[in-house]
Design a protein around this ligand. Structure first.
Ligand code: GUN
Ligand code: FE
Length: 452
């Protein structure tokens, strides 16, 4: 059977939070529609025939020693306009950070030229870092969000994009606010229609997302209206939930219920809802995520700045809650999902050990909360794909071929591969040492994407 191309080599993908598959020296056969048609095991009759046919056709890609195939990363929470302030402004707490730095910056995206320069650079940077799917918060404006969706479509990235809704005068300054709840809903609806149109003309997904910034920034009218739009368009939802003591307490004081229960009341806790942070959850709140199939976008780096606590990810996974991983640019200061995986592991280990050496070791930390490379890899790939309900994140028959080659041999690599490393060690090394320069080639929906 003629495939579009066949990749011969060793691949890894996550099967569950605790386990992964190693496909040693397989043939990964990609169809014309960009799905993985089959993975052929060495030693079978089809193996030699498929390899030889592809070789004759010139469609065989052979991985070298020290090169491995991995599913692309799914970053489920990125603030596109904040790319321009990445690496600064993290010397303030969340409400100050929003008002002093972030809202003035986001307001600047009314200028489409500025938006184009920053967004083009961001999309290219995420691709170069192995992020084949990103879920973006845009800004409050309609037009620059359309531009962001267009740029993702053109660059070949699978993208979920939301027009941010923030209409409450008490929390949002005049210069960065929807003029009214009606306007916010009309713009959201226009944006959902726009993205549905481009999605039809694009091979990979371009999906509009219902995006209340967070409950404190939105009126009840806007929140209920967004819940209705999510139903009308069967649209995904993204927001922030129980990020910090301040946010959690603010929503409790305003609504009389927890942030999670308020999302449910507004119709914003669905199986297509991705809520960033979700740190300060009660057991009841957590159970609502599980029951409704909503997911947590774990943002370990930004949590270290703003959350005031460590999200108990291991516990949430054990409770059967969907958890994905996110950079949360720019409250997180790196666009790299390698860095996000490492931060998830490090934060969890500090949660497990505890922080105050003056306490006896057995009372210092939260037992059974440490993550390792397996859960980190899971969240960065399968966890994200399942949260967004896309068939990506695995090297399995029928899945979208969103993948990259990790190359230990590149110049200036911080990763080392030795023949005596077993394949589990190789995956652990990739998670703990990998960087963007190790990504040698990348495909989304089967299409090779330029990394430069
Ligand atoms: N809460 C409301 N808006 C934001 C944001 O842009 N970043 C973070 N980390 N939290 C938020
Ligand atoms: Fe965020």
């Amino acid at each position: 059977m003629p495939y579009r191309y066949v990749i011969k080599g060793t691949g890894f993908y996550s099967k569950s939070p605790d386990s992964f598959a190693v496909l040693e020296n397989h043939l990964f056969c990609v169809d014309n529609d960009g799905t993985l048609a089959t993975c052929i095991t060495p030693g079978t009759a089809a193996y030699e025939e498929t390899r030889d046919t592809a070789k004759t056709d010139g469609s065989l890609i052979v991985l070298k020693e020290g090169q491995f195939l991995l599913p692309g990363f799914v970053d489920t929470h990125v603030h596109a306009p904040q790319w321009a302030q990445t690496g600064k402004a993290l010397d303030a707490k969340l409400p100050v950070w929003l008002n002093k730095y972030t809202f003035p910056l986001e307001a600047a995206y009314a200028d489409l030229d500025f938006a184009e320069t920053v967004y083009r650079d961001l999309v290219q940077t995420l691709l170069a870092n192995g992020t084949t799917t990103a879920q973006y918060f845009g800004s409050v404006h309609l037009e620059p969000n359309k531009l962001l969706a267009d740029l993702c479509a053109d660059a070949g990235q699978r993208a979920f994009v939301g027009k941010v809704v923030m209409d409450l005068p008490a929390q949002c300054p005049d210069y960065c606010r929807d003029k009214s709840a009606e306007q916010a809903l009309a713009d959201t609806e226009a944006f959902l229609r726009y993205t549905a149109d481009i999605n039809k003309q694009t091979v990979q997904d371009i999906v509009g997302v219902v995006t209340p910034r967070f409950i404190p920034a939105c009126s009840d009218d806007a929140l209920y209206g967004l819940g209705e739009l999510a139903v009308k368009y069967d649209a995904p939802v993204q927001s922030h939930c129980s990020e910090s003591d301040w946010e959690h307490d603010h929503v409790l004081a305003r609504t009389g219920i927890s942030d999670t229960k308020a999302h449910l009341r507004y119709g914003l806790l669905t199986k297509r809802t991705v809520l960033a942070h979700s740190v300060h959850l009660s057991d009841d709140d957590a159970e609502l995520y599980r029951k409704h199939g909503a997911s947590i976008a774990h943002s370990p780096l930004s949590n270290a700045f703003f959350a005031g606590a460590v999200c108990p990810v291991k516990k949430r996974l054990d409770q059967g809650i969907r958890v994905s991983l996110a950079t949360d640019l720019s409250a997180g200061y790196t666009p790299s999902m390698f860095d996000a995986m490492r931060q998830a592991i490090v934060s969890s280990r500090i949660l497990a050990s505890g922080t105050d050496y003056r306490l006896p070791a057995e009372r210092r930390g939260v037992s059974d909360s440490d993550l390792d490379f397996r859960q980190a890899f899971y969240m960065a790939t399968v966890g994200g794909a399942e949260a967004l309900r896309i068939r990506s994140g695995k090297l399995e028959t029928g899945y979208n071929f969103d993948a990259f080659i990790f190359d230990f041999n590149v110049l200036q690599s911080n990763s080392r591969y030795y023949e005596f490393d077993n394949l589990a060690d190789v995956l652990q090394k990739i998670v703990l040492t990998g960087q963007r320069q190790n990504i040698a080639a990348l495909w989304i929906q089967g299409n090779a994407v330029s990394l430069h």
